[in-house]
Design a protein. Structure first.
Length: 175
């Protein structure tokens, strides 16, 4: 059985993952409106991944017979001054989530809740990838901020984050 402290913190994390989902939808819509389809589709895809993270956490709590709180979330930022700002916001968000995931692992360990500690391991690995993907992308958009087509070509060529399905990933609720 997961510890009460871990369950409370995981329920909060579900809210953070949904907030990340909403922020990525807002960024995708912004790029889509600017007719930057490659950047838009990257962020639409990232948004779906965040939604899956939330639903993986929901499934874990359901499997453990714990109470799931489906959260409301604060409104995302929707206005951006240039093509760099959304990516820089995304990188900050991924760094913050990494800290939150590490804090979840620390709570699980402090509580002697090894099952939850193991559950969190996949997210630790996932955050390493997401921070790396976003800092690569930040370098690209900073370098080419005056040549957006160069960024679009890079996205079309490299497909950052399009890693396909991961058999080690926890199952999202409803999948
Ligand atoms: Fe996430
Ligand atoms: Fe993420």
């Amino acid at each position: 059985m997961p510890s009460d402290a871990f369950v409370a913190q995981l329920n909060e994390q579900i809210g953070h993952e949904y907030a990340a989902h909403q922020q990525y939808v807002a960024i995708a819509v912004h790029y889509d409106a600017e007719t930057l389809p490659q950047l838009a589709s990257f962020f639409y895809r990232q948004a779906l991944e965040e939604r899956d993270h939330a639903m993986m956490m929901v499934q874990y709590l359901i499997d453990a017979d714990e109470h799931v709180i489906v959260p409301g979330v604060a409104a995302p930022q929707v206005d951006f001054k240039d093509i760099v700002e959304p990516v820089s916001l995304a990188l900050q968000q991924e760094r913050r989530v990494t800290e939150q995931i590490n804090a979840l692992a620390a709570t699980a360990r402090n509580e002697g809740d090894y099952t939850s500690e193991q559950f969190v391991q996949w997210f630790i690995k996932e955050q390493v990838e997401e921070v790396a993907t976003m800092s690569d992308l930040l370098r690209v958009v900073e370098r080419s901020r005056d040549d957006v087509m160069e960024v679009e070509n890079y996205m079309a060529r490299e497909q950052p984050g399009g890693e396909g399905s991961d058999p080690t990933a926890p199952k999202p609720a409803g999948a």
